[in-house]
Ligand binder design. Structure first.
Ligand SMILES: [Zn+2]
Length: 681
């Protein structure tokens, strides 16, 4: 809270500080921070000063967060019609911080690498992440702080909302970012990928023990929560939706709510039956896929719950209220009136059409192959639509609902596209294929690389030229393709990246475009020997920058030398990295088949130390991602299951089940079909 009074105390040896009273608030929002800190402040963009504090020498990197924090507060107060009821807003960057940030009322704490922005070393994606996390925590000053969930099953009411609100604010201040496209990849796709597992959970989930709690701070509460809000806001219209949100906040200020309180407020401002549309989406686990079967102007649409194992039972086969959002691919017109609430329905459709226009709904669509081929050529598809086709097809291929050859043909047929999300989905599809074929024989991997290079050749960019004045969005797409090219061992791009690495090592003041710095580090280590590894390790350990060390630690595991892969893993426990950063050195190591085996042996041998090292509230999230469940055979899976039999705990049980389900999907994916397609290239 704001300071009321300061006076000398104890004969001037000490200082007595009196603070103003807190508003009525939940206990989880109380925080004190004591330490030696500097600050910068913004005094022009909000009715109160907004300060960013950091450890000495770093505060100047807080200017971006202070400015956009202040602007966001002004923006949120205007759209909600409610002022923040605290008299100061401080944002504090803390070096050792297990989670990303915490929205304590008026004293918001962040991991400093997320809060501090330096244009010299941060990529555009990191700048966007800084904006997102600041705006997310500021949205909590209303969602969570002013109106609090009644119990943990309402966690999504604050996390889903803060997620969605942060994108609304980013889009307001940075329309050039097309940030809703980023929302699709970071949230909709992420939610669909997790929620297709049998071990997923409903958005509103009961929590029985405190140990289970950290696991629901996951893609379902944040990303699926945010995604269903995007769906209903699109359905009601943004203005009507925000009016309903403002009513909800005013009606329940300083109180606690359940999910139906939100639906009631939205229903009263829109006049629509919001409860009947939304209840299934938050109370039931999973989501459907809609199967399209073409007739002559009449199309049969059928829904079933989508499971990655493709073995849904009648009891699990929930009926969801699906907003069909029919896009006429010949004219670009969208019909928002169609809904599918039954198992099957017949709808009138134009010759070429797509459902789920702009991928606003939280579901997938399975089309006949002939329709996909026509859709690829339509000029009326948005980037969302094209990205959605690729992502849905990848998911259907992995579970056997569509032949993988359809996916591979689709990937080969996208030409001249310059959209970030389309390329993200293409890279994501290859990421799935890499994971699936990681242990395949060398000739298959050579053919897969050939296909990657063929697809990459359709990208309309020169990846070995990085003019300083190039548009930042163009650079972001190019940076993604640059990483894709290096991981595909594209000769010219990889050689260019290695050249940049060598210059940087020779003269550390050499500027590397921050959008490609992480990839340049990877190429340098992957194409180098022990000398390059040691040089980068030195940078990782000595750099005072907030982001360079983690970019370097992530790259070290890319070394082709087995003994250095092991040494990279040992860095996690020898004091070189903070416990919150455990995954950085691991990431590079597990990117190869050999690395996965080295990792698994090291991980199982050091289990006790690793569990003791990880931050207690991070075990549920970090450990399952670190378990190294990257195997693709039934024998390896069995080995992992045996290891965990005696070790499974509440703190990571759900996340572990999810990791095992992903391995099962890979085991069951039809590799023979893919290999025969690749052979035909
Ligand atoms: Zn949050």
């Amino acid at each position: 809270m704001a300071v009321r009074n300061e006076e000398p105390h104890d004969g001037g040896q000490k200082k007595k500080v009196t603070f103003k009273p807190t508003p009525l608030m939940s206990t989880y929002l109380v925080a004190f921070v004591v330490g030696e800190l500097d600050y910068v402040e913004d005094t022009t963009n909000y009715r109160l000063p907004v300060r960013v504090y950091a450890t000495p020498g770093k505060a100047h990197k807080g200017k971006f967060a202070a400015e956009y924090g202040a602007k966001t507060l002004t923006y949120f107060e205007k759209i909600f019609g409610i002022d923040v009821p605290v008299e100061k807003i401080d944002l504090i960057g803390i070096p050792d911080f297990a989670i990303g940030a915490m929205e304590n009322w008026g004293l918001i704490t962040f991991r400093d690498a997320a809060l501090l922005y330096d244009a010299e070393t941060c990529s555009l994606s990191q700048k966007q992440h800084c904006a997102e996390i600041v705006m997310h925590e500021l949205a909590h000053q209303w969602f969570g702080n002013l109106v609090t969930m009644d119990w943990w099953e309402g966690l999504w009411l604050k996390e889903g909302f803060a997620t969605w609100m942060s994108y609304l604010a980013m889009d307001h201040f940075f329309p050039q970012w097309n940030i809703w496209e980023g929302f699709y990849t970071a949230n909709v796709v992420r939610a669909l990928d997790l929620d297709c597992l049998r071990s997923s959970h409903p958005i509103e989930v009961n929590v029985r023990t405190a140990k289970e709690l950290p696991q629901i701070f996951d893609a379902i509460s944040y990303s699926k929560g945010g995604s269903v809000l995007r769906m209903i806001s699109d359905y009601l219209g943004l203005d009507v939706f925000l009016k309903g949100v403002s009513k909800y906040l005013k009606d329940h200020a300083y109180g606690c709510t359940v999910t139906t309180d939100l639906w009631d407020a939205l229903a009263s401002t829109s006049g629509k039956d919001v409860v009947s549309i939304m209840t299934t989406w938050t109370k039931k686990v999973g989501y459907p896929y809609v199967k399209v079967e073409n007739g002559d102007g009449e199309t049969k649409v059928t829904q079933h719950r989508f499971l990655s194992s493709n073995d849904v039972t009648p009891e699990e086969d929930t009926l969801y209220p699906v907003l069909l959002e029919l896009l006429d691919a010949s004219t670009g017109k969208i019909d928002k009136s169609l809904e599918l609430r039954d198992r099957t329905s017949t709808i009138k459709t134009p010759f070429v059409f797509k459902l789920n226009a702009h991928q606003v709904g939280t579901y997938r669509t399975l089309y006949p192959s002939a329709l996909v081929a026509l859709l690829v050529d339509s000029v009326h598809l948005s980037s969302f639509d094209r990205a959605g086709l690729v992502d849905d097809m990848t998911a259907f291929s992995s579970c056997g609902l569509a032949p993988t050859t359809d996916l591979l043909k689709l990937l080969s047929s996208i030409k001249g596209n310059d959209s970030l999300i389309v390329w993200e989905m293409i890279a994501g599809a290859f990421g799935e294929l890499d994971a699936l074929l990681r242990f395949a024989d060398k000739s298959t991997l050579v053919k897969l690389r050939k296909l990657r290079l063929f697809v990459l050749s359709a990208a309309p960019f020169d990846l070995t030229s990085w003019p300083e004045d190039e548009d930042e969005i163009v650079q972001q797409v190019k940076a993604l393709l640059f990483a894709f090219a290096v991981s595909s061992e594209h000769p010219a791009v990889t050689g260019y990246a290695k050249g940049l690495f060598d210059s940087y090592i020779e003269t550390p003041t050499t500027r590397i475009n921050p959008n490609i710095m992480a990839t340049v580090f990877k190429a340098g280590v992957a194409k180098g020997g022990e000398a390059e590894w040691l040089q980068l390790l030195n940078i990782a350990k000595t750099s005072k920058d907030s982001v360079i060390p983690n970019k370097a630690f992530s790259a070290l595991g890319e070394t082709p030398l087995a003994e250095l892969k092991l040494k990279t893993l040992q860095l996690t426990l020898d004091g070189s990295v903070r416990n919150q950063d455990f995954l950085y050195p691991v990431t590079g190591v597990v990117s190869s088949a050999e690395g996965v085996r080295i990792y698994w042996d090291w991980f199982t041998a050091n289990w006790t130390e690793i569990v003791a090292f990880l931050p207690p509230n991070g075990i549920g999230n970090i450990l399952p991602r670190a378990v190294g469940l990257r195997f693709t055979s039934a024998d390896d899976k069995k080995k992992c299951e045996e290891f965990y039999k005696e070790r499974k705990e509440d703190a990571f049980a759900r996340s572990l089940d999810q990791a095992f389900e992903l391995v099962t999907t890979r085991i069951e994916w039809d590799q023979v079909e893919i290999e025969s397609f690749l052979s035909a290239i």
